[in-house]
Design a binder for this molecule. Structure first.
Ligand code: AHM
Ligand code: MG
Length: 337
């Protein structure tokens, strides 16, 4: 049978990209390959999670005060493991860990990147066979290469990201990543165990019909957010409303769907949580970067998420992300406040 050479694997694709940049060192390609490897390992465990004793709580509470699931721990260890053994990463920060980790060996200290990740997002969906995901973000170090990385490498504004991406463990498993040059999606072909380019040059449709947020919090949202939600529900020939409401509760799945189909995802501030729920560094910045490269927008309600200068590793932010026209419609409501 003829081999379809039109379908590039993740490795082939990153090497092809490298060829277009003769001065590039290939460190980012190896980093993405390492992340792809960890993703494949996590995927295997996610797929058999119902069969083995990996569901349920690990009996610990993470730095966010949430129960840690066993699969979270497994995923966290896999991503740390591949990045530590690789040659491109000086250190990591993870949603699951209190502090960042400096790899601090000769090869790592000479690496120019640090990586931040949420190893398994949507943890409330782990036990019930609903899509979950991994989110990652890559920054070039600002500290001196040759020495251990430092906290300032991790507290960079999101617009300094070199690459960002996510893996969705869904009905098929996909890895999507963005650099400033574009967003590309790869679907795992289980028969060869490789991520294959299936969604080249993803662009977020400028408009769509889907809005996603936790409706249960409606009375805890600011009045202008409530007004926008009500507008989403109204028949309107200018916007195409009423929109369709979709909320999986796994941000990776919700934002992935909206990125492909067009839509808006929101996790606003609530009366109980002034900064919402989602973490700037591990969840919002990577998606904001991906969305902007794809032609969409992401804000905290008043400013571009990518312009926020972080002050702590685990800070949260209200988050609005999606198709450009829908975001501008939302902004019209938020400006009234
Ligand atoms: P997690 O990191 O504990 O999994 O929480 C993040 C998740 C997002 O994937 C999702 O959008 C959100 O929490 C859902 O929260 P809620 O149940 O409050 O709507
Ligand atoms: Mg998370």
């Amino acid at each position: 049978m003829a081999i379809n050479r039109n379908v590039l694997t993740l490795d082939e694709f990153t090497i092809q990209e490298l060829r277009n940049f003769p001065r590039a060192t290939g460190e980012l390609s190896t980093l993405l390959r390492d992340i792809g490897l960890a993703a494949k390992r996590v995927n295997v465990e996610v797929n058999k999670a119902g069969l083995v004793d990996i569901l349920g709580d690990a009996g610990a509470v993470n730095v966010q005060g949430e129960d840690v699931k066993k699969l979270d721990v497994f995923a966290n260890n896999q991503f740390i493991g591949v990045l530590q053994h690789g040659i491109s990463c000086a250190g990591i920060a993870s949603e699951e860990l209190d502090d960042f980790v400096v790899f601090d060996d000769e090869v790592s200290n000479n690496s120019k990147y640090v990586v931040m990740f949420d190893p398994l997002d949507g943890s409330s969906n782990i036990d019930i066979n609903v899509s979950i995901g991994t989110i990652f973000s890559v920054y070039r170090r600002v500290s001196e290469v040759g020495k251990p990385c430092t906290q300032e490498d991790f507290l960079q504004a999101g617009n300094r990201q070199v690459a960002a991406g996510y893996i969705i463990y869904g009905s098929s498993t996909m890895l999507v990543y963005a650099t400033r040059r574009g967003v590309n999606g790869f679907t795992l072909d289980p028969s060869i165990g490789e991520f294959c380019l299936s969604h080249p040059d993803i662009k977020c449709p400028p408009s769509g019909k889907i809005y996603s947020l936790n409706h249960g919090n409606f009375y805890q949202y600011a009045p202008e957010v409530q007004q926008y939600i009500q507008a989403c529900q109204k028949k309107d020939k200018n916007t195409g409303g009423p929109y369709t409401q979709r909320y999986i509760g796994s941000m990776v799945a919700d934002v992935h769907r909206n990125l492909i189909k067009g839509g808006i995802f929101m996790y606003p501030a609530t009366t109980d949580s002034k900064n919402g729920k989602l973490r700037l560094l591990y969840e919002c910045n990577p998606f904001a970067f991906i969305a902007e490269v794809a032609g969409g927008k992401a804000t905290d309600g008043t400013r571009r998420v990518l312009e926020i200068t972080p002050t702590t590793l685990h800070q949260r932010t209200p988050f609005f992300i999606g198709s450009k026209d829908m975001m501008e419609e939302l902004e019209g409501y938020l400006k009234q406040s």
